[in-house]
Design a protein around this ligand. Sequence first.
Ligand SMILES: [Zn+2]
Length: 328
Amino acid sequence: MHQSMRGSSRPKTALDTKGINRDIQQSTDTLRAFSASSGIRQIEAVVDRGRLKERMSFHRHGRQGGDTVLSRAIALLAVFCLIPSAAAPAWGAGFARNCDYIVFADDQALADAVIAQASKYRKEIALRWLGEELPPAVGRTVINVTISSDEDRGLTLPAEGPGRQLHNIWLTTSRERATGSTLAHELTHAILATRYPRDLPVFASEAIANLQDDAERSAIRHRTISWFARTNNWPLLREIFEAEVISSVDSASYAVASSVAEYLCTLSSEPKFLQFAIDGKRIGWDQALRTHYKLESVEQLQRQWQEWVLRTSASTTALSKNTAAQAR
Ligand SMILES: [Zn+2]
């Protein structure tokens, strides 16, 4: 077996056994650190006929239809085939790896598709929001995919805590969204956390990631904003900006974050919004609005945003109805 690892015709997945093993160890260390302060109930390592399996289960509840903590047990976090001649894990699961991503998925075709799309999104999202690509191997990310016919959930655990060396993403969703909008949403969090590990306010990270969502999710948020406008029950933007945590079930706040981000992006560029959010957290929101948008205060932004919503909500509502009809 070990001889085959040194041959020129060896399978690619067997080439860098030490490297893969190190990645898995880092991923496992990250999860162990996370488990101490989170809802992960159990992590167990199982050595099964030469394969190391890391299993864990969650008991935290996910948010309805958005960025989530997984609400049901997830098994098979990290699977590493220790048999060098095997090109893929032998039990049918898929594994793919490059310098930026490590993907575990239900089958090999899915793992290959996810890593190809992740690499594409990594470039697109970084260019759109950061103005440049991330350097190779910076912000390495483990992506764990479980296909589900009736769930659409994602969680990103950034590599910013003690013992966390890799970003970790979990997706429980359809094949289409695992290579599409839900993947792109979670990758956005990871890419932003790579560039701005501690500087980005919660509302901004979520607002930017939400822009990757599909039409069905966007339509739900637009209906929420239309309701605020119609009933004159406006949430306060200052509270949204200053929130250190937005509950995973607070879909209304996520809708407001997305809407105000959309509005500010109509005033200037998307990177400008990102810079405003970072500066707002650092120097205060009124000062950041003066610097980037020539607005006097959050209260002035509040008034302008509400007027913008009122102007656009009628057409948006009509669009949402059409989109929802098409989605069905
Ligand atoms: Zn999110």
